[in-house]
Design a protein around this ligand. Structure first.
Ligand code: AMP
Ligand code: ZN
Length: 113
């Protein structure tokens, strides 16, 4: 794992996080600065700097499967939710370990900022 990668350290349970769910290859935890009533981050346990670095679709498959499960478990599936993967500078990515934002609990707006 790359040293000092925040989300690798969370995945390794070296740093505390409010974990919501876990699968073999992915981990879901509450965002530290929630932008909606439900704001959960879903990461692959293995390090990929961004979506652009993933070798194939299996990484996002594990992430989206866990996001779907979390939406169900947190009771927002029926009302709906948004899944966002900020990628690179223009995408607004600030943490360079691939993560999907699961946002729910209010009406989302479009276009995004
Ligand atoms: P992004 O801007 O897409 O790279 O998103 C990074 C997200 O990580 C932001 O929503 C932050 O609030 C969140 N974040 C940063 N540090 C932590 C942390 N230690 N635990 C949980 N979420 C964090
Ligand atoms: Zn990492």
């Amino acid at each position: 794992m790359p040293e000092n990668c925040l989300f690798c350290r969370i995945a390794d349970k070296q740093l505390p996080a409010k974990i919501v769910a876990e699968s073999e290859h992915a981990l879901a935890f509450h965002d530290i600065a929630p932008q909606a009533p439900v704001h959960v981050l879903v990461i692959p346990k293995a390090h990929y700097a961004s979506l652009a670095e993933t070798p194939d679709g299996s990484v996002m498959a594990a992430v989206s499967e866990l996001a779907k499960q979390v939406a169900r478990e947190l009771g927002v599936e029926a009302a709906g939710y948004r899944v966002v993967v900020n990628t690179g500078d223009d995408g607004g990515q600030t943490v360079h370990h691939l993560h999907a934002h699961l946002l729910a609990g209010r009406q989302m707006t479009w276009p995004p900022g």
